[in-house]
Design a binder for this molecule. Structure first.
Ligand code: AMP
Ligand code: GLY
Length: 424
């Protein structure tokens, strides 16, 4: 198969690493990719949001399948673009169409969907500029802390959790009347705060059947002990020790199966990954959010734990034969530690040379924000490298990643030293 993978982060490096191992692969292209993905395929300088350029590339290079890494092309309708084009419509896009991607693209859509299909989630109200007064009264009747969510995609910054009622009211007013999040903030979801421990659960589906992938836990805050600002993710582990068989059964029965049935019932054809952002509230799972793609850095622990051929599964999605495919996991723990640029998630510098990548023998270094200048690898983002290891136990996997990091260097590198601290 000739594959085009869209995206440029750690998730895409992990996908390309896994795809490169497939006996079904003829050639892999990554648009635009990074200094890591070029080890497994050919990087092509195309913006994943430029559908016309993607079309030309796909036709010229006889691409047979497109795997979409990030959410934005999906929410913008890349799957529809292919379906509606006579030259492209036979080429499968792995990722949901524009309507289905609303599960991530609109918090209000996702909440209505969950309510309609009785999927456990926090109680909520949804408000616009016109109903600001109702929104303020709704806050009066909620308990602190207050959770405000911009409806649309806001690059991970659209969720505010505030303890003070007046501050929550002021923020609601600002978002709805002053364009704080642009179009994404034309509607705001106000939600009950749920207290518990979070985990990420993933499936791949062809719209009829699904396969559960290894679950993971992501560490979102910049500081140790889960303190400080939110980031794209500072590390991840898989499996998640508290996600035992009983809890995973509840997730399948109360959340995953109702989601698949709900999509079918609503006439929404979903093909691709679904990422369930869940929280364990006293032993019961609730949905915090849906994403229409894999997680990052979760993919960096999920792919190494997938024993089966990813392309075989993706072909199952494309041809509606997923139920006939086999999925097996590696019976080991995986941990990834994110090395980030000093200053991230606020201001940071790019273009720092990365040294010591060739010293790593016990881990896989997935590139997240890197670029290359000939043989030299430079930082090009906040999250730079995801250092992943497998081990018989979580402790062994973590120790391997932390050891590997000792050999890698770039100016002002930072990483959390406590990944996995809360589940050990
Ligand atoms: P989201 O973008 O929806 O994933 O929200 C970002 C983060 O905010 C989540 O990972 C949670 O840590 C937190 N969060 C979102 N909704 C809630 C909620 N209802 N209760 C508690 N925490 C929440
Ligand atoms: N790790 C969280 C995300 O990918 O959204």
């Amino acid at each position: 198969m000739r594959i085009l993978l869209l995206g440029s982060g750690g998730r895409e490096h992990a996908f390309s690493w896994k795809i490169a191992q497939s006996s079904m692969l003829d050639e892999l292209f990554i648009a635009p990719g990074n200094a890591g993905t070029r080890l497994h395929g050919k990087n092509v300088p195309i913006d994943p949001l430029n559908f016309e350029e993607i079309k030309s590339f796909v036709l010229e290079n006889e691409i047979e399948m497109v795997l979409v890494g990030p959410e934005e092309p999906l929410v913008n309708g890349i799957a529809n673009y292919f379906q509606e084009d006579t030259q492209l419509k036979k080429i499968p896009v792995i990722g949901p169409n524009k309507t289905a991607a609303q599960l991530e693209g609109s918090k209000d859509f996702a909440k209505q969907f969950m309510q309609r299909h009785h999927i456990p989630t926090a109680k909520y109200g949804s408000f616009t500029k016109e109903t600001l007064g109702e929104g303020l009264r709704f806050l009066d009747n909620m308990k602190s802390p207050y959770v405000l969510k911009a409806d649309g995609l806001a690059a991970g910054k659209g969720v505010l959790i505030l303890s003070d009622l007046n501050e929550a009211k002021a923020e609601l007013t600002t978002i709805l009347t002053e364009d704080k999040f642009g179009k994404a903030g034309e509607k705001v979801v106000i939600e009950q705060f749920l207290k518990g421990i979070e985990l990420s659960v993933f499936i791949i589906t062809d719209g009829d059947s699904y396969k559960l992938l290894p679950e993971a836990k992501d560490y979102k805050r910049i500081g140790e002990g889960d303190s400080g600002l939110n980031t794209g993710g500072m590390g991840a582990i898989s499996p998640v020790p508290f996600a035992d068989a009983g809890f995973m059964d509840k997730i399948q029965n109360q959340i995953i199966i109702p989601t698949i049935k709900g999509l079918k019932h609503d006439g929404i054809d979903y093909k691709g990954f679904i990422f369930f952002g869940l929280i364990n509230v006293k032993g019961d799972p609730y949905v915090i959010e849906y994403n229409c793609r894999m997680g990052d850095p979760e993919t960096e622990v999920v792919m190494p734990r997938l024993k089966s051929d990813l392309l075989d599964l993706l072909e199952g999605v494309a041809t509606n034969t997923l139920s006939e495919r086999d999925i097996q996991f590696v019976d080991k723990s995986a941990a990834t530690i994110m090395m980030v640029s000093g200053g991230y998630p606020e201001k940071y510098e790019k273009g720092k040379q990365i040294y010591g990548l060739n010293t790593v023998s016990e881990s896989i270094v997935f590139h997240a924000g890197t670029t290359s200048d000939g043989p030299t690898v430079l930082t090009s983002g906040g999250r730079v490298l995801a250092v992943t290891s497998l081990g018989k136990t979580l402790d062994i996997a973590l120790e391997r990643s932390y050891n590997s990091i000792q050999g890698i260097e770039f100016q002002n590198a930072y990483y959390r030293k406590d990944i996995g601290f809360d589940v050990k």
